[in-house]
Design a protein around this ligand. Sequence first.
Ligand SMILES: C[S@@+](CC[C@H](N)C(=O)[O-])C[C@H]1O[C@@H](n2cnc3c(N)ncnc32)[C@H](O)[C@@H]1O
Length: 414
Amino acid sequence: MARVGAATGKWLLGRLLRRFEAAASSPGVLPLRSVPCRHRHQQKKKWAATAPRVASTRRALQIFDLTYGVQFGSLWPSIRISLLSEQKYGALVNNFSDAEQVTQQLEDLNAMDFISESQRGQDLDSAADQDVCSPNSSPQTQTELEVESFDTFVPPISPNIQCYTFPKGDVSLFHPARPDTLGLLGYYLLDAASILPVLALNVRPGDIVLDLCAAPGGKTLALLQTGCCRQLAANDISTSRTGRLHNVLRSYLLKEHRKIVRITSWDGRIWGDIERNTYDKVLVDVPCTNDRHSLKEEDNNIFTNMRKGERQMLPKLQLELLVSGILATKPGGTVVYSTCSLSQLQNEYVVQKAAELLAVQHNINVHLEDLSYFRRLFWNTFSFYSDCSVGELILPHLTANFGPMYFCKLTRLC
Ligand SMILES: C[S@@+](CC[C@H](N)C(=O)[O-])C[C@H]1O[C@@H](n2cnc3c(N)ncnc32)[C@H](O)[C@@H]1O
């Protein structure tokens, strides 16, 4: 696999930018030359009337070609075509519905729970008696799969989350879920890679959990499937989106199970001030360039010209949200940061900056956890990028067209 070194990368980026500028001043686009004063107004009008309107999806692709072409080198064409192709979904089983019947139906379709599949062949004898979480009751004791795989230790993975996918290369689609006799939907369709940040958070029995940017609620629902949350604060700044979150929870959980969830619509950046040192586990699933959506949909596309400023400020917002999430975590607690973007600037850079900023401004140290065991566990379902400096990144691939999904786990030390 060819890699692009830092110096080559800079040179390539420079070349691409020069080419981009040259293209921008080529026929069909207003030439970049000075305009005599008396014609300026007229010229401006003409520009507004004749300039071709670039679709946001097209602009996103142009920008991705420039930036990701450099970041991923020879891998980019494969990622690019996958991003432009039909995405694969996973079916997150709703343990609060008739889960046995649901899993049977999914197995009849030849789908598999990729989480339990990953545990097959591992030495389960070492599964110690631990606390058990039951999704249908309050947290109790749980036997978790804390296993030694060959000579490599694999931290516990919650056994309660079940997510069915079709095997690699199988592009079958799931039907929308139907309500059971209680009116609850049997599964939730989502990008199966979205489950990985939740698994990385590893919610334990009795944990107090914060989902800082929660709507529309796929990961909130997955957190609840663990049956481990004592309380779950699900927040999202957008009231229309928290409305969707309410609807999701109503469709999947009975009232008695929704009692542990508190839904709010605050700016997540203030959380570190208002509920400092409070949570055992915090999920910071930030707004991002949402790469797959940005290439497919004009609606709510962050690459429209009007949202250029917002787009450029994303890493700052992401950094502030992550810092706020870490401040809201108890010392010893953990935070998972995630995006559905390939951008290094929105992924590793934000995590590293947050760690620096917390040390300098708050005297708080964080430990960046090694999540490479996810690659060993889930290599058969996802395509992992092998070059992240911190965290893990799922790359879209034609045979396993999930992601992009970046996730990184941080433990707050003090
Ligand atoms: C990637 S989406 C979250 C998806 C969600 N976790 C899920 O799994 O369904 C990011 C969310 O962040 C929210 N958001 C944006 N800025 C925010 C802020 N300052 N505070 C809290 N939420 C914010 C957006 O409204 C959006 O719903």
